[in-house]
Design a protein around this ligand. Structure first.
Ligand code: ADP
Length: 429
């Protein structure tokens, strides 16, 4: 199917050819007429081409070039395409303006940085929170936020974790800084003021620590009297034997909970201040192997596979409680006669502590919640076996201090594997 421009062009060629043939027939000058016809056709094409070129290069302001025939069709198609492109560009511009306007309304400070940390763009809250001004666009962000912790954070490559600062640009408030890499090594710096949230968490931590501390003394007094009463001579002792044993069990449980809560609170407080040391993990595990056999009363078959001389740069007491907690759980939640294997080994990814049991196993839906405080899969069993529901919370907290997380694999009725993968940078050999 021919386009209308080509049809018009053909009509012109045929009509003018007829006229030329008629004139040639009248004058009998066929060659001259044919040459003149060709020259006039070429002239017409050249003239249209020139007008089209001027229009394309912007020399003419007309919507369509004043061209005829095939050229008018071509110019129509070009201008149609141009209009579509302009519409597309307008839409893009509108969308980017809309995005910019929305990000200006976000209460967090957002700063876009290029691959060399030069500021490209920022939103309004960045002015009050970080003191960035319009003239800072194109300057390095380190020149504006000069805090050493921030500069150190900016130079790391893994931005999984946020940086918490208790003072920023002279403001004594708590800020959460996060860098989000995007689009070919560009970065978004997002800063949130979390003072209120942080204070609430602090109040909660203080409350738990104070309440546990306050409960400790009265409980010790009660336990003392209980022991005295259990030693009572005569008939009274037989009468009160069972209730007193019950009371003793419960007060022991309460004491364990208080001790675990205090451990958690002190860890939360200590994590920032105390310094890491070289921890002799093989020695700790050696001691645990002795304790574990006492804990399981030889009812379980416990095997330790310890890589000697494999130490960690970390915190001794917290690590001890991680290793012990996982072994105690394996014993607690395995039937008598079950095999428990504890492995401490090194590979190219880092050091690994693994506790494998053939116990009850844990259903998949419980696994993500195991490290929540007081979360127990089977409350009754945990109580009977003396669990506090805080052991794995302590484990999670300590592992976070050592740059790792707890991994759990489990099959109901078959057993579980609890694994801690310590990164190579804290391994000491
Ligand atoms: P608890 O003091 O109750 O053992 P934890 O925080 O140590 O508290 O563990 C949380 C829950 O996870 C336990 O109550 C138990 O249901 C489950 N759990 C932990 N370790 C094991 C294990 N090795 N096998 C089966 N269940 C386990």
């Amino acid at each position: 199917m021919l386009s209308s421009g080509v049809k018009r062009e053909l009509t012109w060629i045929i009509t003018s050819a007829w006229i030329v043939v008629f004139i040639a027939w009248l004058t009998n000058a066929w060659i001259v007429c044919f040459v003149l016809y060709l020259l006039s056709y070429m002239g017409r094409q050249l003239w249209s081409m020139r007008k089209f070129e001027r229009w394309m290069s912007g020399g003419s302001y007309a919507t369509f070039p004043p061209a005829s025939g095939f050229w008018s069709e071509l110019s129509y198609l070009v201008s149609k395409k141009q209009r579509a492109l302009e519409k597309h560009a307008d839409l893009h511009l509108y969308k980017s303006e809309q995005f910019k306007a929305a990000s200006m309304q976000i209460p967090d400070a957002i700063v876009s940085l290029d691959q060399n940390n030069y500021i490209e763009w920022f939103n309004t809250p960045s002015e009050s929170m970080l003191g960035i001004r319009r003239q800072d666009i194109g300057r390095k962000v380190e020149g504006i936020i000069r805090q050493p912790e921030f500069i150190e954070y900016l130079n790391i490559t893994d931005f999984q974790e946020a940086l918490i600062l208790n003072t920023l640009q002279g403001k004594q408030r708590t800020f959460d800084l996060k860098i989000i890499p995007y689009f070919e090594s560009h970065k978004l710096l997002v800063v949130r003021d979390i003072t209120e949230l942080y204070q609430l968490a602090q109040i909660r931590r203080d409350f738990i620590a104070n309440a546990s501390h306050e409960l400790r003394t009265p409980l010790t007094v009660l336990k003392g009297y209980l022991e005295l009463m259990q030693d009572m001579p005569g008939e009274q002792q037989i009468l009160w034997k069972t209730p007193l044993e019950h009371m003793e069990n419960q007060s022991n449980r309460m004491q364990s909970i208080i001790e675990d809560l205090l451990t958690l609170s002190s860890m939360e407080a200590d994590s920032i201040t105390s310094a890491a040391t070289s921890v002799d993990v093989p020695e700790i595990l050696q001691n645990i192997s002795v304790e574990a056999r006492q804990l399981g009363s030889d009812a379980h078959h416990i095997v330790f596979e310890i890589s000697p001389d494999l130490r960690l740069q970390g915190y001794t007491e917290p690590l001890k409680s991680v290793f012990m907690n996982l072994v105690a759980n394996a014993v607690r939640y395995s039937p008598e006669g079950g095999n428990i294997t504890i492995r401490w080994y090194l590979d190219k990814e880092g050091a690994h502590y693994e506790v494998k049991d053939q116990g009850l196993g844990i259903a998949a839906e419980h696994i993500p919640r195991l490290t929540e405080r007081f979360y127990r899969v089977d409350k009754d069993r945990s109580r009977v076996t003396g669990g506090t529901g805080l052991g794995l919370s302590i484990v999670k907290h300590v592992l976070e201090q050592h740059g790792t997380t707890l991994k759990v694999e489990s099959v109901i009725g078959k057993g579980s594997v609890f694994k801690c993968d310590f990164p190579l940078d804290i391994v000491v050999q």
